[in-house]
Design a protein around this ligand. Sequence first.
Ligand code: URA
Length: 209
Amino acid sequence: MLNDKIIDNRKRLDQLKSEIEASGITPGLASQATQLVFGDGNPNAEVLFIGEAPGKQEDLQGKPFVGASGRFLDEMLESIGLKRQDIYITNIVKYRPPNNRDPLPEEKRAFLPYLQEQLEIIQPKIIVTLGRHSGGCFVPDLHISKDHGKPKRLKLQFHDDKTNNFAVVVLPLYHPAAALYNGGMRQMLLDDFSQIPAILKKIKDTVSK
Ligand code: URA
C-alpha cells in the first residue's frame, strides 16, 4: 500500500516536472540555466523543505541544496535524526537566477501554482520554509526575525478544487546560507530545527485522537 503510494506520487511528480519544462515558464531564467531543479527526496515525506532558488551547484547537478547551504542543511537534519531520503526538498523558483540574485516577485508568482501541485501530491504534515522568500509565500507580512521558529497552522487549498483543502503546519526558518558565516545564526537555526520532531509528534497525536 505504502509502496504503491510512493510509486504513484513519484510518477505524478515526474509528470509535473515534464509539464514545467514544456511550459515555457520564465524564459529569461530558463535560457540562462543549465536545467530545471525540480525537487528531490521522499515523494511521500511528512516533512517538506522549501528554499528560494537553485544556486550554481544546484544548477549544475539538477538537485536542490547540494552546495554549502546544503551541507549545513544535512547537518541540521542529522541533528534531529533525519536523512535526505526521509524528507522532500524543493525551491519556489526552479531555475537558477543569474549570479544568484534574489528571485523577482513575478518569478515567484509564476512558479507558485507548480509548488502548490507538488504540495498537493506529497501532502506533507510540516512545511519548513527556508528564508524570507519562501516563508513569505505562506505567511503574509512575514518578519523572519520575529516569526522564525514559530509554527503556524494553515489550510492549503487544492488548486483545482476550491472546496477541498488540507491542513498543514508551516515552520518559517532562516535560510541556511545566513548561518554559514555567523555562529549565532547557526545556533539559532539548530535550535529552531530541534522543534521539528515535537511538532510532528503533536500533529500525529492530534490526528489519531
Ligand atoms: N539556496 C536555495 O534556496 N536553494 C537551493 O537549492 C540552494 C541554495
